[in-house]
Ligand binder design. Structure first.
Ligand SMILES: [Zn+2]
Length: 399
């Protein structure tokens, strides 16, 4: 293969310094204070814009979004929020929607053009859809190879024990190419925390893969489930390989109880994903981070049967997290930014992430003074580079 070398000049890094970044074969080979370099022909002038690592979209559903399809009005639950009823509404909506591969591409283009180049998507695997959704999303993932890195989670949207055949389907999903095994509210959905987690951790152990569990359960029920997940993670030596998504219950606890469980989560090396959604209590991001817990984020639902919101912009997600967490100082705003970048990289165990020599040249340019300003201003003109190659500009993916 021909060696390619590109120099990105006048790039402002998070520390405020202007630098030249040299990229060799897709990786950063040097970072030098800006000065003239005549020896490299391929020059991209960043023009003093802020250059940050690409965003990590750590939790999204590529199979269920209607983004780019016709508008589907949100249908409220009959008697307050009910996961079972929402799943039924989703099945109705999906039957009338555009083909899944089209909708997944729309959503991917949206995320990439906003600067997300690493993604974890949950894909529904259950008795009703079987492995059909996964087959479709696996094909779409192949189309996007070299533009965005995608991890897929086999997600039991209809429960594991309540939906016959799901354990076997989830195991087969991994054999087909899904990367992680998922779970869903072991207590409130399957009414059997042990039985549910036996399947999830069993598949993970057998296949040597990571875990990412949806946990919407509130208060004590959520906290108990997290304690059980932490205990199993530690017992199996899976620290760093397990994530709990949403973990709303952590937001219901009094500060002392929250600090206690945060210590356990940190010791177990379990990551917590929050998208700081609407009117839900959500995990106390600052408290968790102070205890050493890795926190990451994602758009979750975009224009789907669960809610009408979502724009695939992880910088806006950082703002939402900061806004809802009452973050005002530069350090706090930078923490929210960390959640959508380095926190995501840690949870997804990404190799070669960040603006550092040896890392992959996956970065985004922003018209902002510095990171805290970027979080509140959410500047839209962006250039997105994957391994040093321009893949999106002005809101469009370049192919
Ligand atoms: Zn989700």
């Amino acid at each position: 293969m021909r060696a390619t070398q590109t120099i990105f000049t006048n790039a402002k890094l998070a520390d405020g310094t202007l630098n030249n970044i040299t990229v060799q074969d897709g990786r950063i080979s040097s970072i030098d204070r800006a000065g003239s370099r005549q020896d490299i022909k391929d020059v991209v002038d960043i023009g003093g814009a802020l250059l940050v690592p690409s965003f990590v979209e750590g939790h999204i559903h590529l199979d269920t979004s209607f983004y780019g399809d016709k508008w589907i009005p949100h249908k409220p639950c009959t008697n307050g929020f009910d996961v079972h009823e929402r799943v039924a509404f989703q099945a109705e909506n999906m039957a009338a929607a555009a083909p899944m591969d089209e909708r997944a591409r729309n959503q991917l283009d949206l995320c990439i053009s906003n600067g997300a180049l690493q993604m974890r998507s949950h894909v529904m695997v259950d008795g009703s859809v079987g492995l059909k959704s996964l087959e479709t999303i696996l094909k779409v993932r192949e189309e996007y190879a070299g533009i965005i890195d995608i991890q897929l989670v086999a997600f039991p949207q209809s429960g594991i024990l309540k939906s016959p055949g799901t354990p076997e389907l989830m195991d087969e999903a991994i054999a087909m190419g899904a990367d992680l095994v998922g779970g869903l509210d072991p207590l409130s959905f399957d009414r059997d925390i042990k039985g549910h987690l036996d399947v999830v951790f069993g598949i993970a152990e057998k296949r040597g893969i990571d875990i990412d569990i949806h946990l919407h359960d509130a208060g004590t029920m959520g906290a108990m489930t997290i304690e059980e997940i932490c205990a199993r993670t530690t017992a199996l030596g899976m620290q760093g390989h397990v994530a709990v998504s949403h973990a709303y219950g952590l937001g219901d606890l009094a500060p002392e109880a929250a600090r206690k469980i945060a210590g356990l989560i940190a010791r177990s090396g379990v990551s917590i994903m929050t998208n700081a959604p609407g009117n839900h209590n959500f995990p106390p991001v600052a408290l968790l981070r102070a205890a050493g817990v890795n926190v990451f984020s994602g758009s979750d639902n975009i224009r789907d049967s669960w809610w009408p919101f979502g724009d695939g912009d992880m910088l806006r997600r950082a703002e939402i997290i900061a806004y809802r967490s009452g973050f005002y100082t530069d350090a706090e705003l930078s923490a929210a930014f960390d959640v959508v970048t380095a926190g995501g990289a840690k949870a997804l165990r990404l190799e070669g992430y960040g603006i550092t020599v040896g890392a992959k040249a996956d970065f985004v340019t922003l018209a902002a003074e510095h990171v805290p300003e970027a979080v509140v201003a959410i500047p839209k003109p962006r250039r997105v580079f994957k391994e040093g190659r321009l893949v999106a500009e002005n809101g469009s993916v370049i192919r």
